[in-house]
Design a protein around this ligand. Structure first.
Ligand code: FEO
Length: 393
């Protein structure tokens, strides 16, 4: 089936990008992604909600054709990023007379990015409505999820929230309505896209509470017919509480750092802490990001090389810092040959973490008895900190 019905005269007409490997040439997409667009047909007017990435826009046009959409009056742009706005100029060309409806900030971006002209734009304000004839769209500004102009569109009569990136997941799937297993992919998406803006996520969740939502229809991945699942997940992920978990991510050149990382992993498990353990070499940064959503502690393991932090580890440290996770404690394990520089580099790089630094463990060459005792001390420190904030008995 090319289209899916959300309600009477409300259908999904977006595109699937099954084999897209990376988003922004940065974030791995193990399950591909989708760019969901929706047609809302009123008795007088028809609206298209968001468009798709231009690389797969043929699917959008095919779906519109199969659905018998011969006229589009309004293209609602909830977000200016090109995976949703990139096909707007082509829709405008194919459906003459259509107008792009969006907020002022988004309009300004669309003019810059997609060269949309003023005469093709209708600027709406917060809370404004647009009548299609038996279908009413209301615009709710939800800034910084994850750009300043992001907004949601509320379809009153059917209680559907079109949320664009908010509540999305990168998952190309045959059936967008099969959201039973949404949690992992949505969490990964949250980690990569929304995590730096969790204060804004919380504020926008409060703002959306005025709607009695029956369906959440994002512009990536699953459509949520039971919205409480994704709403509760967002409440949990964006809250400041952390879990009794530690992320240990290491890279090792000659087994020294690896041995220390493995020793620490077991010492933490012995003390009752859940460990997410990654060899940074070849690791999926999206998986590390996802585990940092809840973990109370983050430990980086990396040797000094080229007079600094191992560059492959730096990529993970830099990205983790940009995601601003709510981690409460950080530390480092490291080895060196003749000069130790890695720990200072990690400290200098994790500036966005509002976390307490626990004394690192550093070994000259392969770890010896002294270093193993220090790793025991670090595990004790972490356990004691987790106990102090009430997440470990
Ligand atoms: Fe899916 Fe921020 O674009």
């Amino acid at each position: 089936m090319f289209e899916k019905k959300l309600a009477e005269n409300v259908i999904s007409v977006g595109a699937k990008h099954w084999d897209r490997k990376f988003f922004d040439e940065l974030i791995p997409l193990p399950d591909g992604t989708t760019y969901n667009s929706y047609i809302v047909r009123g008795t007088g007017k028809t609206a298209l909600i968001d468009t798709v990435e231009p690389a797969v826009m043929d699917q959008l046009f095919d779906n519109l054709k199969k659905a018998g959409v011969v006229k589009i009056d309004y293209i609602i742009a909830n977000h200016a990023e090109q995976d949703h706005s990139g096909s707007i100029p082509f829709v405008l060309k194919s459906y003459p007379g259509a107008k792009v409806v969006t907020n002022e900030k988004c309009a300004s971006m669309l003019k810059d990015f997609m060269l949309v002209k003023d005469e093709d734009l209708i600027i709406i304000k917060e809370g404004e409505t647009l009548e299609l004839g038996g279908k009413t769209l209301e615009f709710c500004f939800t800034p910084w999820v994850h750009w300043p102009e992001t907004m949601c569109t509320w379809l009153k009569e059917d209680s559907i929230l079109f949320s664009c990136d908010f509540f999305g997941s990168h998952a190309a799937t045959a059936d967008l309505f099969k959201a039973e297993h949404f949690y992992r992919q949505a969490k990964r998406y949250y980690a990569e896209i929304m995590s730096p803006f969790r204060n804004n996520v919380r504020n926008n969740l409060v703002k959306l509470a005025k709607f009695e939502i029956k369906i959440i229809a994002p512009s990536h991945g699953y459509i949520h017919l039971k919205p409480e699942g994704i709403l509760n997940a967002y409440k949990e992920w964006s809250a400041e509480e952390v879990k009794n978990e530690a992320v240990v991510a290491y890279i090792s050149m000659h087994e020294s750092t690896k041995k220390m990382a493995e020793y620490l992993r077991e010492a933490l498990i012995d003390r009752g802490i859940d460990v997410h353990f990654f060899n940074i070499q070849g690791a999926d940064i999206g998986e590390i990001a996802m585990q940092l959503v809840d973990a109370a502690t983050f430990v980086v393991g990396a040797p000094t090389v080229l007079a600094g932090l191992h560059p492959v580890a730096m990529n993970v440290v830099y990205t983790a810092n940009a995601l601003r996770p709510k981690t409460k404690f950080i530390s480092m394990i490291s080895s060196f040959s003749w000069g130790e520089k890695a720990t200072d580099a990690v400290k200098a790089a994790l500036t966005n973490f509002k976390a307490e630094l626990l004394a690192p463990v550093v070994s000259k060459g392969y770890p010896k008895e002294n270093e193993f005792r220090q790793l025991d001390r670090l595990a004790d420190d972490i356990a004691s900190k987790h106990r102090a904030i009430g997440i470990l008995k």
